[in-house]
Structure formats: structure tokens, C-alpha cells
Design a protein around this ligand. Structure first.
Ligand code: SF4
Length: 359
């Protein structure tokens, strides 16, 4: 249930492209992406991971195509899933051609490092023929030497210049189904680079802070980098990058979107940090409720509060809520007290109330 919010983010108007059935840009819902970390040549493991990503709400999945065996596996994987897949390719244009033939819904390449001018033309022609967008993925860690020399470091203007160079290569070939990413592991550089590029082009932008890190540091960096941009209306799709199970990237992505009131999926759990007033096992309760409600697509607001100081107030604002007491809790539904429940039965009572409400 979407929360009422007086502040609405005004998104920048960008051109719209499609990755498979998913629209990107042009005010389409902001698409959540992730990337498999299995070996693409291991078809069954990769399929399992794609399935889990899809269940978590991922809209688009990217796979690394490292060699011709991976390209063969990619074709088989495409034939067995419904979610659009993007082929991520560096250096070898033949892999890009194989991925296009294999059913890729999009390519992530850098036209400047995929081979000769002739090789680039072949890939672009094949992408145009199959109606497949190309993402130009500029990474601060791999800028061309001549740009680095000119700017002295992989600064935001250097990243933007690199992106514009790749864009011109594609535009000169008459290809405009483009989206662009400008990733750096430095949050402030990432923000600046996207802001500058957003002023220069109206192609859809794919946001991300690269090599963001582990669950806590990666979540903080991604949330800041991506969140600051989304709050300004910049960005049409994004990937949270974590050294972690990619399913967690999708979970963090939806929390970012929810916090900005841009997209809602799954229950919103509001819980207090607890303090000396809490007289129930709130941590255990929250974990059990969160686990049991995983996979729910609607967004009920569920408050789990430790005591009666702030508890009833928060719980009343939520769709369903609990305010703890000594070895017991009060259950609220849409602001009305339903009943008092002993601690042992709190989790199940709350879960069944939520399920009743959404069914
Ligand atoms: Fe402490 Fe109660 Fe606030 Fe939780 S709701 S932090 S237990 S005062």
C-alpha cells in the first residue's frame, strides 16, 4: 500500500528504449538490474541464479560472456528464461555477434574497446537488425590512456568525455538505441559524472557505483550515489553492486526505490532499534516476520515496535502493527487495536494478519 507522500520526484525526460519487454527511460518505472556471478558456461547454476533474481523482482539480468563456450551457453540460457538478458562483452566483437544471434535483449559493450572500426560496425549493424539496445559502460578504472593523460585522473569530466566519444561512434553509425553508465567506486565522482552527462544527453542512464563493497559498505555507497541521483530525477535503471549474493543487490535496490517513493515491492517493515524499555525479543520477531513475508509483491506497511512509548503511535500509522509490552504485544490493524497477544504467538499473529490483508 503506497504511502502518501507530499514530495514527488520529477524525473528527467529521457528517450525510451526497450530491453526485451522492459521499457527504460521516458518516465517508465525505474528498472532494477543485477548480474549473475556464476560461470555463464555452467548453465544449470546460472539458470538457478536467474530464477532467484527474477523471484526477488529483478527486471533485467546481465551475464558475462567471457569466451565462445559462454556464448553457446548464453543461447541455451536465453531459451529457458522469460526475463530479458543482457550480454556483457569486452574486447572480442565476435562474442557480441554470437550473443545477439543467441537472443540477447541488450548488449553492454564499449565501442572503443570491442575491436576495429569494421568490427564495431558489424556489431552495431547486428544490434540494429535485432532491435537490441547497447549500453555504453564507462568505468573510471578503464578509461582510454589518451583521456587519462589529458585530464590527469579518471575525473568526472574525463568519464563524461569517454562516454561522449563512445556515443559519437554509435551515432555516426546511425545507432541511437543507447543507454549509458558512468561508474566509479568513488561516490562523489559518480554523482558528478552522471549530473554532467545528464545535462549533455537525453539517452536513458543506467546508474551504479561500481565495486561498491560488502553488504554494509556497498549498500551505503550505492544508496548514497544512486539515491542522490534518483532524488534529482536522474537515472532510468540501476544496479546495486555488492560483493555478495546478487539477490541482495535486488533487495537493496527496492529499498532505495521505496525510500524515494519511486517504486514499491514487498512489505515495508518499520521496526524500532529497541532500548532498555523493550521487554520482548524484538530482533527475533522482526527476523521471523521478515523471513515469512519474503516474496510478497504488494507493499503493506508493517510496524514492529518494542514498547508502548512510540509503539502504539507507529503501529497505528501502519497497515498492521505490533507494540510490545511485558511478555506480550498489542496487535493493530489500520489503526485499530485488534487484541493483546502473548509473546510466543506474536510473530504468527502478525504474519497471518498481513497475509489476510493482502489476499
Ligand atoms: Fe525503545 Fe520503545 Fe522506542 Fe523501541 S519503541 S526504541 S523499545 S522507546
Amino acid at each position: 500500500m503506497k504511502s502518501l507522500n507530499t514530495f514527488e520526484i520529477k524525473r528527467k525526460q529521457t528517450r525510451q528504449i526497450h530491453i526485451g519487454q522492459i521499457p527504460i527511460g521516458g518516465q517508465a518505472p525505474i528498472a532494477v538490474q543485477s548480474m549473475t556471478n556464476t560461470d555463464t558456461r555452467d548453465v544449470s547454476s546460472t539458470l538457478r541464479q536467474i530464477k532467484r533474481l527474477e523471484e526477488a523482482g529483478c527486471d533485467i539480468v546481465r551475464l558475462a560472456i567471457v569466451d565462445s563456450d559462454a556464448a553457446i551457453s548464453f543461447r541455451e540460457i536465453v531459451s529457458k528464461v522469460g526475463i530479458p538478458l543482457i550480454a556483457d562483452i569486452h574486447f572480442d566483437h565476435r562474442l557480441a555477434l554470437a550473443a545477439i544471434e543467441g537472443g540477447a535483449s541488450g548488449l553492454r559493450i564499449n565501442p572503443g574497446n570491442i575491436g576495429s572500426q569494421q568490427a564495431v560496425s558489424k556489431v552495431v549493424a547486428a544490434a540494429a537488425e535485432h532491435n537490441i539496445p547497447i549500453r555504453i559502460g564507462v568505468n573510471a578504472g578503464s578509461l582510454p590512456r589518451k583521456i587519462l593523460k589529458r585530464y590527469g585522473s579518471p575525473s568526472p569530466p574525463a568519464m563524461v568525455e569517454s562516454a561522449l566519444g563512445h556515443i559519437h561512434i554509435l551515432e555516426n553509425l546511425g545507432f541511437e538505441q543507447i543507454k549509458i553508465s558512468l561508474k566509479s567506486s568513488n561516490v562523489l565522482d559518480t554523482i558528478k559524472a552522471y549530473e554532467e552527462l545528464s545535462e549533455r544527453v537525453d539517452y536513458p542512464l543506467h546508474l551504479g557505483v561500481t565495486e561498491a563493497g560488502t553488504l554494509i559498505s556497498g549498500t551505503v555507497k550505492s544508496t548514497l550515489g544512486i539515491g542522490v541521483l534518483l532524488a534529482q530525477g536522474i537515472g532510468d535503471t540501476f544496479r546495486v553492486s555488492l560483493t555478495r549474493d546478487p539477490v541482495d543487490e535486488v533487495k537493496v535496490a527496492y529499498e532505495i526505490l521505496r525510500a524515494l517513493n519511486l517504486r514499491h515491492r514487498g512489505p515495508e517493515i518499520i521496526s524500532c532499534p529497541t532500548c532498555g524499555r523493550c521487554e520482548i525479543d524484538l530482533f527475533g520477531l522482526v527476523e521471523e516476520v521478515e523471513r515469512s513475508l519474503e516474496g510478497i509483491k504488494t507493499s503493506p506497511k508493517v510496524a514492529i515496535m518494542g514498547c508502548v512509548v512510540n509503539g502504539p503511535g507507529e503501529a497505528k500509522e501502519a497497515d498492521i502493527g505490533i507494540a510490545g509490552g511485558r511478555g506480550q504485544g498489542i496487535l493493530f490493524r489500520k489503526g485499530k487495536v485488534i487484541k493483546k497477544i502473548c509473546e510466543a504467538e506474536l510473530a504468527q499473529a502478525l504474519i497471518s494478519e498481513v497475509k489476510k490483508m493482502i489476499n
